[in-house]
Ligand binder design. Structure first.
Ligand code: PGA
Length: 224
């Protein structure tokens, strides 16, 4: 199974999201895609419900993920969204993105708590790691390797280097899927998909445009 995960970060308002879906569904209808690729969109939490409605309305084979969850359950935690609340709309959650580690001081114990809560709520965590040294809790089955210098810079890591990291991680941990992220676009996606140990990509900037995201999915499926 291949994965294409779109991370919208703190981008888009309601109108832009409606436009994105309208455009994306037009593209999708011109060439429907088999279930071979798990395509996951991670919008800001506040739009998860809208996106889930639009996915149903347009009958799109897209799944949803949150970009983060609370390290606590439901309760008196002002400003936080609990895993079980996210689960009403999403099937996945990203945990430990480097932007959260850097701007919100997330450490290994916070990340561990989030992974456990995700699993308890039946949300599949996609753990973002920055290299071979990032600890991976045993509950994690999908890992996204995102070298910090490649994120949003247009300087994607060579697929052979990412493959070497995939090999290192797979020799230490039993994971189901290894994704690469960091300046992936429609032009370089196939190089990652052709690697033996890489199952998919986590995409920021290029997921914001429906045509680019659609191309990414189409080209991911060209791996034979
Ligand atoms: P990018 O972001 O594709 O814009 O480099 C990737 C990410 O941060 O998940």
């Amino acid at each position: 199974m291949k994965y294409v995960v779109g991370n919208w970060k703190s981008n888009k308002n309601e109108m832009e999201i409606r436009d994105w879906f309208m455009e994306f569904s037009k593209l999708w209808r011109t060439r429907p895609v088999s279930a071979e690729c798990t395509s996951i969109l991670c919008p800001p939490d506040i739009y998860l419900s809208l996106c889930s409605k639009l996915i149903r309305e347009y009958s799109l084979p897209l799944l949803l993920g949150a970009q983060n969850i609370s390290p606590f359950g439901m309760g008196s935690y002002t400003g936080e969204v609990a895993a079980s609340q996210v689960r009403e709309y999403a099937q996945f959650v990203m945990v430990g993105h480097s932007e959260r580690r850097n701007h919100f001081n997330e450490d290994a114990s916070t990340i561990d708590a989030k992974v456990k809560l995700a699993k308890k709520a039946d949300l599949r965590p996609i753990l973002c790691i920055q290299g071979l040294d990032t600890p991976i809790p045993p509950e994690v089955s999908i890992v996204a390797y995102e070298p910090v210098k490649a994120i949003g810079t247009g300087k994607a890591e060579e697929s052979s280097e990412a493959e070497a990291v995939a090999e290192g991680i797979r020799s230490k941990y039993r994971i189901e899927a290894f994704l690469y992220g960091g300046s992936v676009d429609e032009n370089n996606v196939t190089s990652y998909m052709h690697e033996q140990m890489i199952d998919g990509v986590l995409v920021g900037g290029a997921s914001l445009e429906p045509l680019k995201f659609w191309n990414l999915i189409q080209r991911s499926l060209n791996k034979s």
